[in-house]
Design a protein around this ligand. Structure first.
Ligand SMILES: Cc1cc2nc3c(=O)[nH]c(=O)nc-3n(C[C@H](O)[C@H](O)[C@H](O)COP(=O)(O)OP(=O)(O)OC[C@H]3O[C@@H](n4cnc5c(N)ncnc54)[C@H](O)[C@@H]3O)c2cc1C
Length: 295
């Protein structure tokens, strides 16, 4: 959110923040303290507790007449509901914007980040998702925005929330961890994935990541997949363990400050993106590294 506000400041004009959910008073009050936010628009309702794409889209549609630009982070949630908003408003959704220039000119990544396309939108409403790792965090306090509570539209009832299963972890969240250690299919099993990587991950306070192949093989849960169709991370240190370096994976970690790759194939593509590379069998290297790191 803080980076999306920085992105919004590329346009002249006021920046308003939309808050939707159940019992959103505290969230709205905290949001009102963010510098450069003019108003916090608040929609509250029982049916917004587990916010569904259809209900979120309805609310954005209601507000859209007042805005020329609507932005969100390029997250799972925005990828779920903003295509619906685009269809309702009959405008394009410009996703994963890397750079914003004057006159609604944007740079965005295509082909898993291999090509950067520069495009100009002539739509009356600019609807964007932002590649947040490339934008600065805005000033988080010092603001005094108005909080405007709006009447919440009734549930669309096109879909309904049934249940959710959240994997709780004491580890830092992947998205804001300073260190991310990711494993690939080469770990060979769910048991190995945990047994080999967890001691190191926990010793250095890292978040655990995985390639899609590791997720598809059932070695790691879906929510820790790094990449084009997973989470995009930009930590201080990214360690790729037995990861080949496919475009779709690299897309999700290439903005990391320092990349370390461990792979037993000296020609593995991941080495092209690594600051430090170790050609070794991960089953030897990871326990050795773990031993060398002091508690
Ligand atoms: C539309 C689409 C979207 C995708 N999105 C994503 C995404 O978001 N994220 C993602 O990760 N992938 C994604 N993929 C999949 C991607 O193309 C690759 O298939 C995947 O990243 C490969 O995973 P991997 O590196 O674990 O496996 P592999 O390609 O099997 O590579 C394993 C690597 O481990 C090395 N290795 C093997 N044994 C050892 C050992 N003992 N010690 C050290 N190294 C060893 C090998 O040399 C090899 O380099 C997507 C693909 C498509 C088509």
């Amino acid at each position: 959110m803080f980076k999306v506000i920085s992105a919004a400041k590329y346009w002249d004009g006021e920046v308003d923040l939309l808050v939707m959910g159940k019992n959103t008073e505290n969230v709205a009050q905290n949001a009102a303290k963010i510098k450069d936010v003019s108003s916090v628009i608040r929609f509250d309702g029982d049916h917004l507790e587990h916010l569904l794409a259809e209900d979120a889209a309805k609310i954005v549609e209601m507000l859209s007449n007042n805005y020329q630009v609507i932005l969100a982070a390029h997250s799972w949630f925005s990828r779920n509901f903003l295509p619906r908003v685009a269809a309702i408003l009959n405008v394009s959704l410009i996703t994963d914007v890397l750079k914003i220039e004057n006159n609604n000119v944007y740079t965005r990544a295509i082909y898993a980040g291999n090509v950067h396309a520069k495009i100009q939108s002539k739509d009356p409403i600019q609807l964007l998702t932002i590649h947040t790792s490339l934008f600065e965090v805005c000033t988080k306090d010092g603001g005094d925005a108005k909080i405007i509570k709006k009447d919440t539209p009734p549930a669309t009832n096109l879909t309904s929330w049934k249940s959710e299963k959240i994997n709780k972890s004491d580890r830092p969240a992947l998205i804001d961890a300073k260190i991310v250690i990711s494993g690939g299919r080469s770990l060979g099993s769910e048991e190995n994935f945990d047994k080999v990587l967890s001691p190191l991950v926990d010793k250095v306070g890292a978040a655990l990541g995985a390639t899609r192949s590791a997720v598809d093989a059932g070695y790691a849960p879906n929510e820790i997949q790094v990449g084009q169709t997973g989470v995009v991370v930009a930590p201080e240190l990214y360690m790729a363990v037995g990861v080949s370096g496919a475009n779709q994976h690299v897309y999700g970690m290439k903005d990391s400050r320092v990349v370390v790759a461990i792979n037993n194939d000296p020609d593995a593509t991941i080495f092209q993106f690594a600051d430090y590379g170790l050609v070794a069998d991960l089953f030897d290297a990871i326990p050795e590294i773990n031993k060398l790191i002091k508690e």
